[in-house]
Write a protein that binds this ligand. Sequence first.
Ligand SMILES: [Cu+2]
Length: 462
Amino acid sequence: MKRRTVIKSGAIGLVSASLPKITLAMGSAKKARDAEYDYILTAEPAKARIASGGDSDILGFNGQFPAPIIRAKQGKSLRIMFINKMDEPTTVHWHGIRIENSMDGVPFLTQAPVAAGGSFLYEFTCPDAGTFWYHPHMNSVEQLGKGLVGALIVEEEEPQDYHDVIVGLKDWRLKKDGSYLQLSIPREAFRDGTLGTIATVNGEQKPTIEVPAGERLRLRFLNMDSTRVFNLSLRNPDAQIIAIDGSPIVNPIPLDVHPTGAGMRLDVGIISPKEIGIEIPIFDMKGRFGVEICRLKTAASTSKRSPKIGIPALPENPIPAPQLNGAESLSFVFEWAGALSPSDAKGGVDHNFWLINRRAWSDHSHQDLPEPLAELTLGKSYIFELHNATPHHHPIHLHGLIFTVLESDKKDITPFHTDTILLEKNERAKIAFVADNPGKWMFHCHVIEHMKTGLMGYITIV
Ligand SMILES: [Cu+2]
């Protein structure tokens, strides 16, 4: 989908009819351009064929699954008019973007929820190029579980010599007839989370994705599932990891098997075979055995460029380097509460299975915000010492910042940048960053059920 070829017909008319034209402040170079949205994005109920036996009632961005791919340019501003056509409130979070706090899309923390029938103009600059994604931050088990997840691709300032291939991963909790199974089962939420029953790649089950022959490909894997870890692997001797969670790897590393947790991304560079019709299966490894998730198949290339040799690194993003000497260290312990709190105010069961520093974020407390987990000083460097004191893995995501993973007691780490760290059971890791983005930033597990049953908090940077 191209910029401005946006969205289903009708949506554009609806916007211009129902919303006032935006008056842009003159004198601001960033905003001095025509009053025009880059994207119009809706969240709305729709039907989609996911299961073989019948349509499913989904929640779709622009009523579709997969959602429209939003493309932005590094260093340039992006404007998205969001319209909520569902009958419940929502917000949109732009995962991995070092964004202005008011645009981060967390209800009550950074903005009022977008009411049913309401709209919100998201406008922000993407300082980093890479593979990012977007999703609501409200009623997430259902809204993400029923389809509200999409890719946000920020292109480098200088075009890269790669052919882009999006591999968007999401499982669904569906029966064969397309109706839903219970999206969250408490005894699973208490463990690794409730897995889907139907796996999709770009909205299809085990698709064959056509790619040009003899080209340098950039496979952009996006784990947009609410639960699953994909141990990504492909049997191509040249496959190299070129970026993790949007952040380029300075020296690309050969891809063997790379665990990619919920919310995480992986960019892999390969050179496709010159011959047409060659298939390259892609696997989620379970130990020594792989479950195929999709395959690539070479087709005639229209490109007349010269033959490709090597997998070049992507240009680094402008992430400030933390000063480790003298940086303040803060400790975060992720624990397993393993109990059902008897009831909430309405008499229902309030499941809190998980704690950060001995505190659970109750789903019922969003309107009545808890205290932050930590208060950071703007401009200072911090080291976070993370301890997963549970027998389950957790992809821990920090909003608004990109951090550096320094070390782990479970594996050798060559420091790398990311927005989400997949902590294995009982793992201890150290991360560091410069607290250069003021605001309130969520710090939570991206296994959606873990987050909804306690494993969520926020830090402030003032
Ligand atoms: Cu978790």
